[in-house]
Every structure is written in C-alpha cells, then in structure tokens.
Design a protein around this ligand. Structure first.
Ligand SMILES: Nc1ncnc2c1ncn2[C@@H]1O[C@H](COP(=O)(O)OP(=O)(O)OP(=O)(O)O)[C@@H](O)[C@H]1O
Length: 575
C-alpha cells in the first residue's frame, strides 16, 4: 500500500475560495454591479439636473421666459430620484439573495469536504471550531462577491464625480485631486490594521466554540465532578482577548471613519471656494456652483467605502479559515474491485502514529477468510487504531493493508464500504427512525433484513416495546448505552460484505446478552471474516485466533487457551 493515500487540495489562499465563490455567483454579481453602477449614474446626473434646473429658473426669472426649460429639468430631477429609489431597492434584494446563495454554496462545499476527509478532520479541528467556521465564517465569507461588486460600483460614484468636476471646470478637479492622497492613505492604513485584528478575532471565536462543544459533550462529567464554574472559566478563558480584538477592530473602523469625515469637508470647502471664485470670474454659472458642491460631496463619499472595505476584510479573513479546512487532504479511493469470494485481511509492516507519537510499529497480522480474530491488549495499546486501519477509516504511515490481495487504497469506495462493515463502541444514531438507523447506509437493506438483524443483535425486544416501534424517531428513543450498541451491531449485521470489524462494540452489554449476540454473530454471518476488538476474556475465547497487542506491536498470536498459559496475558484481563 502506498504510504500517502490522500489528495492535497489547491493551496490554501482566501483568494482561491473567494474567486470560486464569485464565479458561482457571477451572474447575480454582474446584475448587482450593473444595478449599483446605474444607481451611481443616477446619483451623478442628479446634481447636473439640479444645477440646470436652478439656472433655468434664474434665467427664466431674469428674462421672463424659460419656464418650460425649468419644468423639464425639475421633471428630470424627479425621474432620477425615482430611479435611484428603485435601483436601491433592487440592490437590497439582490445583495441579500446573493449573500445567502454564496454562503449556502460555501457551507455545502466545506461540509462535503469535511465528510470526504472523514475522521481525520475532527482529529485536527475541534467539532465546535468546525461548526463556528461553517456557520459564522461561511456567512462572513459569503458576502464577499456581492460586497466586491458593490465596492466596484461604489468607486464609480467618486470617480464619476471627479470627472464631472473636471467637465464643469478643470480647476475644480485639481482642487479635489490635490487633497485626495490623504484619503487614499487613510483607507490603506485601515485595511492593513483591521485585517490583522479581524483574523485574530475569528480565531479566538473558533477556539471558544471548540471548548464550548467539548464542555457540552462532557456536561454529565462536569456536573458529576461539580466543576461547572471552573469549566465555564476554561471555556471563556480567551473572552478578554476576544473583547480586546473586537474593541481594537471597532476603534480602527471608528478612527478611519472619523478621519475620513474630517478630511472630506475640507476637500468639499476647497472645491466650493474654487467654484465661487470661478462664478465671480463668470467662467461657470450659479447652477454649476451648486452642482460642483454636490459633486464634491459625492467624490468624498469615503465613509461608505470604509464600510464596504471592512466587510471585505472580514470576508477574506473568514475565507482563510474555511480554506484551512479545505486544505486538509481528501481520502483518495481507487477503482479496483475484489475477487468474487474471500475475506482474508493482511496487515504487513504497518506503522501508524497519532499526535506525533508512533502508536503501531511493524504490525503484521492475518485474518484468514471466514475466521474470527480477536485483538486484545491493555488500554491505549492501539487496538482501535488497528481496527481503523483494517477498514480504511485511517491510512498507515508505512506498510500495507490488503483484503484478498487487493490493497485497500486501490479499492473503489463503493466496493470497500459494501464489503467491510463496522460496529463501534459508541455508535452514532444517524437515521431518522430506529429502522432508518439500522438500515443506515447505501444501498439500504430491505425492511425484512433490518428486522432480522435487529433480532440477531437483540435489539428487537426493546424496539417493539416502544409505542411506535421501528418508526420511533431516534431523538425520541430513550436508549441506554447497551441498547445503542445493539442498534450499532444490528446495523453491522444488516449489511452484507465479507469482512466485519467490531471495535469494542459489545463493551456496554451484560455478559448474557453479549453471549447471545456473539453466538448470533457467528451464526448470522458464517461467511464473513471478523476482527473483534475485545476487552473480555469470554469474547477472546470465542475467537478462532487471538492477536495480543502490546505497546504498538503484536506480542503473540494463538488461541485464547494457548495464550492463557502466560501470566502476562492473563493480566490483560485483570486475572
Ligand atoms: N487523535 C489522536 N491524537 C493523539 N493521540 C491519539 C489520537 N487517537 C489515539 N491516540 C493515542 O493512540 C493510542 C492508541 O489509541 P487506541 O484508541 O487505538 O487505543 P486502544 O488500545 O483502543 O485503547 P482502549 O482499549 O482504551 O480503547 C492512545 O495512547 C491514544 O492516546
């Protein structure tokens, strides 16, 4: 088996993800940008129309004519105001729906990736942190395409206003442009400083979410240990840092806005002063002066840009956090199938590490077709990791794992999951109803097979006692640990396949139930090979062979009776 069996995704940059999100929403963003540009156009034409209306009124007043002209310009003003209002409303609706669609697309992409990577994702990211990234960060990143389109359009207004100033008189544009670099540097400083605190803020938020989900998962233990206050303090440990970064962020935004607001009137006054001078020189009309002062206001509309830029900065930081998840390589499956019959599993020279420590080292183990092999060993010996490698829920760092001579990583995903079944110590009950839980997976087993499996796993009696029986929603089924395990075992029995792995899947059962299920296991699946992680001597005794795992290596292989002769083996079971 190849040692590297995962596919690295594209390098993690927020630009990649935001680029893909923008392509996904391209049509809407184009309409949005056109809408916003049209809105800017209307806003830019309005001062011209107002100026012309004023000139027409003044000229008409002096000459006693010009009423028609004034009426025409006033109507034009009304039309432009109506168009602005309409475009504004359209912009609001389009922005909202584009943000929602893009966010949904980002969430879909990350969720699919997380599930394709499998158990490795939760080894790297705490579940709460993942949820925070999916809910909060995806919503922030999802506004990027619409905000970028709006920002582009928002630039049209100041740029168009400067052009309009130049068209009225070149000196008006010169007066504005002379002061504009100050605004440019203010914006640049804003983006640089706020990028840093936004990234830090989102990271701290994810850390808190991670610890919170741990605490919720361990609520029973916390209550039993009476460590509620200590735990609350641990979860909220980084709250002061969150508050610090939040305040820093709003300080930066407030300062930039205030500086922009302070600089803008100075520029507007400069333009108005030059315009007044030009009126006195009779180079421009009074209407032009009015138009110029309004254009100066439009050209200094930096406050709006600060808001848009802030949104983009948050979106980029959020997209980077989603990219970190997407950068976790997906598990790659091959295309091969298995020979028609068999069930022989071989591990050769397997080495695997967890948390930077080698847990399994040089493991060789064979499960002959149709036989049952129990893996025993002290807690932490690496039994669950071995079970994960045997069904390719994890890949080894070195060595080969093959089923009927076919390396697991060259098997197609469908063949692998059809032929290898699992039951776990704490099964996740993922179907909508108890019947759905037992039949969970593709292809779905027939209802009769589900019931037969439930009987074999001794789950049928407690299911049929419930008022809605097999149709009981999982969330409403009061299940003990042992009952949940029986559902997990039933799920494994209901599926076909040549190889069955039980990872501590009977640990919560009483010894009588375990005995019955173990008997059923051998009867119900006689054609299957089985790898059973066992803690009880009785379970090991029922297996054809026992592999004794000690400190990451196979210490001995034999029947339980043979191995029982050794005192150290007996100590594994506390005897
Ligand atoms: N994600 C992980 N990160 C760091 N260490 C891990 C991780 N998963 C497992 N380990 C470590 O690997 C070792 C083997 O774990 P494993 O669950 O395979 O043991 P086990 O033999 O099944 O134990 P038990 O009988 O108690 O269930 C343990 O020391 C465990 O702490």
């Amino acid at each position: 088996m190849a040692t590297t069996t995962t596919r690295p995704e594209q390098p993690a940059t927020s630009a990649h993800l935001l680029g893909a999100a923008t392509r996904y929403s391209a049509a809407r963003c184009t309409v949005l940008a056109l809408c916003a540009v049209a809105g800017s156009g209307a806003a830019l034409l309005l001062p011209l129309a107002i100026g012309r209306a004023l000139d027409a009124v003044l000229t008409g007043h002096l000459t006693g004519r010009g009423d028609t002209d004034a009426t025409r310009w006033i109507l034009a003003c009304a039309a432009l105001i109506a168009a602005s209002a309409l475009l504004d409303a359209l912009d609001g609706v389009l922005t909202g729906t584009t943000n929602a669609r893009t966010t949904a697309w980002l969430r879909g992409r990350v969720v699919r990736h997380v599930l394709a990577v499998g158990p490795r994702t939760t080894a790297r990211f705490a579940p709460g942190d993942l949820v925070a990234r999916l809910i909060d960060n995806a919503a922030h990143a999802g506004i990027a395409p619409a905000t970028a389109a709006a920002l582009l359009a928002a630039l049209v207004t100041p740029v168009g206003a400067v052009v309009a100033l130049a068209l009225i008189d070149g000196w008006l544009a010169v007066a504005f442009v002379a002061g504009a670099p100050v605004l440019f540097f203010l914006l640049r400083a804003f983006v640089r400083v706020s990028s840093d605190c936004v990234a830090r803020y989102q990271q701290v938020q994810g850390d808190i979410a991670g610890r919170l989900s741990e605490a919720i998962g361990g609520a029973r233990t916390i209550a039993a240990a009476h460590t509620e206050d200590k735990e609350a303090a641990r979860v909220l440990r980084t709250l002061p840092e969150l508050s610090r970064q939040g305040h820093r962020m709003w300080r930066v935004q407030g300062r930039s806005q205030a500086q922009a607001v302070a600089v803008a009137p100075l520029l507007q006054i400069a333009v108005a002063a030059v315009a007044g001078h030009l009126v006195l020189q009779e180079r421009i009309s009074v209407g032009d002066l009015l138009a110029a002062s309004r254009y100066a206001v439009l050209a200094t509309g930096v406050g709006m840009l600060v808001g848009q830029l802030g949104g983009l900065v948050r979106a980029r930081a959020a997209a980077r956090r989603l990219e970190e998840v997407l950068a976790e390589p997906e598990t790659v499956h091959g295309t091969r199938g298995l020979p028609p019959a068999g069930g022989r599993l071989e591990l050769r020279g397997v080495r695997a590490s967890r948390g930077g420590r080698t847990v399994l080292d040089g493991v060789d183990l064979t499960v002959p077709a149709g036989s049952t092999v129990a893996v025993v060993g002290r807690s932490g010996a690496g039994k669950s990791l071995l079970a994960a490698l045997a069904g390719r829920l994890a890949d080894p760092d070195e060595g080969d794992v093959a089923l009927d001579g076919v390396p697991l990583d060259s098997l197609s995903r469908e063949e692998l999951r059809r032929e290898v079944g699992y039951a776990f110590e704490r099964p996740a009950l993922l179907g909508a109803t108890l019947e759905g839980t037992i039949g969970f997976g593709a292809p779905r087993p027939a209802p009769e097979r589900v019931r037969e499996a439930a009987r074999a796993a001794r789950a049928d009696p407690f299911i049929t006692r419930l008022p809605d029986g097999y149709a009981t929603p999982c969330a409403e089924a009061p299940l003990s640990g042992g009952e949940a395990q029986r559902l997990g075992l039933a799920r494994a029995f209901a599926r076909g396949g040549r190889f069955l792995i039980l990872d501590d899947a009977m640990s919560s059962l009483d010894t009588v139930t375990e005995h019955h299920i173990a008997e059923a296991l051998l009867r119900h699946t006689p054609h299957r090979s089985r790898l059973i992680i066992a803690h009880r001597a009785a379970t090991a005794a029922r297996a054809d062979t026992v592999a004794w795992l000690h400190e990451g290596r196979i210490r001995a292989v034999g029947t339980h009776a043979e191995l029982w002769q050794r005192a150290e083996y007996r100590q594994v079971f506390g005897s």
